[in-house]
Ligand binder design. Structure first.
Ligand SMILES: *Cc1c(COP(=O)(O)O)cnc(C)c1O
Length: 382
């Protein structure tokens, strides 16, 4: 007991000394995009609720109806009694939106990646990933046992060098990237990566957590150019623009079928609550039909970057890099004092020396709020 406390305290002392302590603050979220902390209401510029759908009346109604009909819990794994009929409808809608032959829904995006990656790569195989890919892609790569090499962020030439150097002598090969990078807000060169992977008999896996509902008419990074880029493994989450919770993979039927036999984070975990499935279906209906809504987050982000004088936003995420953790924390506090909640991102979430404000835009923000935030951020820049 005492040794456990001493162990934790000594680790925490180091974390505190580096300004890297984290606390969980009770935060109530409400419509349209406000948060309440310690009794104080603020406008949130750090939710991933890009379309404001987590507060949408249609999603709430769908959830309530599903609760009345099915209760609140999933009951068991999807392979036992948890495979509610709503799963079929949700997966068909996802596949349709992404013009993919098939889809499989997981409990979350994190669970999806740690199940997908070891399904398609293992001992003796190769993974080539963007150095800034999400923590759960790194976790999936580690779980897989495949040899993993990272390439410089969005650097297609470095990706080719890694493939040239390592592809031979390995079995399968996954090339992994995020469609829109969660901390940078920039986009991957998906078209070039898909062609490069195909050249080396490798499969591109894109994580579209921040692209679905925002980029490519809401259909994600493989639709961003107007046409459809052939990406064999398209993963994403239902927890961000979709406004609810869950993860998914879109791929061909054989790949999805194999997933159902191998992905441990699909098989050995409880199904999502039916209300989550019902709300996600309602959200996908809105994303497929409301072009104006889907265009809004990127437009708001560009309104912001234009006003501050930054390069035009490529997604709903704008990253303002400030350097050390203390500067980022002070900047976030200054914004909070003005009524804007923006979180400072620090290592290990972002690389050393790149602590930043990560600002996210939502269809639910009013232009006047975006401009007011822009003026406050501009005043903080050197
Ligand atoms: C948020 C996120 C995930 C995890 O999705 P959850 O549904 O929140 O578990 C995966 N990948 C990326 C890039 C993300 O930003």
């Amino acid at each position: 007991m005492e040794s456990l406390t001493r162990f934790a305290d000594s680790k925490l002392d180091r974390i505190n000394a580096a300004n890297l302590h984290r606390t969980l603050k009770a935060t109530g979220r409400g419509a349209p995009i406000t948060v309440v902390r310690a009794g104080r209401e603020m406008i949130s510029f750090c939710c991933n609720d890009y379309l404001g759908l987590s507060q949408h009346a249609k999603l709430k109604e769908a959830a309530i109806e599903a609760i009345e009909r099915y209760g609140v819990g999933g009951g068991a794994s999807r392979f036992v009694t948890g495979n509610n009929p709503l799963y079929g409808e949700l997966e068909a809608r996802l596949a349709g939106l992404k013009s993919s032959p098939a889809a499989c829904v997981f409990g979350s995006g994190y669970l999806a990646n740690i199940g997908i990656i070891p399904t398609f790569a293992g001992d003796g195989d190769l993974i080539i990933g963007d150095e800034l890919m999400h923590a759960c892609m790194h976790a999936g790569a580690r779980l897989s046992g495949a040899k993993t090499q990272l390439f410089h962020h969005n650097d297609i030439d470095d990706c080719r060098r890694k493939l040239d150097a390592h592809r031979a002598g390995h079995g399968t090969c996954l090339v992994m990237t995020e469609g829109v990078f969660s901390m940078e807000g920039d986009r991957a060169p998906v078209r070039e990566l898909a062609a490069l992977a195909a050249e080396f008999d490798a499969w591109l896996l894109t994580d579209d957590a921040h692209a679905l509902g925002v980029i490519g008419d809401g259909r994600g990074s493989s639709h961003a150019g107007g046409d459809t880029i052939a990406v064999p493994l398209q993963m994403g989450t239902l927890s961000k623009a979709v406004g609810v919770y869950g993860g998914y993979l879109c791929a061909d039927e054989a790949a999805i079928d194999l997933l159902k036999h191998r992905a441990r984070s699909l098989i050995y975990t409880t199904a999502l609550p039916p209300m989550v499935l019902a709300s996600a279906i309602a959200a996908l209906e809105l994303i497929a039909s409301d072009a104006e809504l889907v265009a809004a987050p990127l437009n708001k982000a560009r309104l912001f970057t234009g006003r501050v004088g930054l390069a035009p936003a490529q997604s709903a995420i704008v990253s303002v890099v400030l350097g050390d953790p203390e500067t980022a924390l002070n900047a976030a506090q200054a914004l909070e004092d003005k009524g804007f909640l923006v979180i400072a991102m620090r290592p290990p979430t972002v690389p050393e020396g790149t602590s930043r404000l990560r600002i996210t835009f939502s269809a639910a923000h009013r232009d006047a709020e975006v401009l007011a935030l822009a003026d406050c951020v501009a005043a903080l820049l050197p």
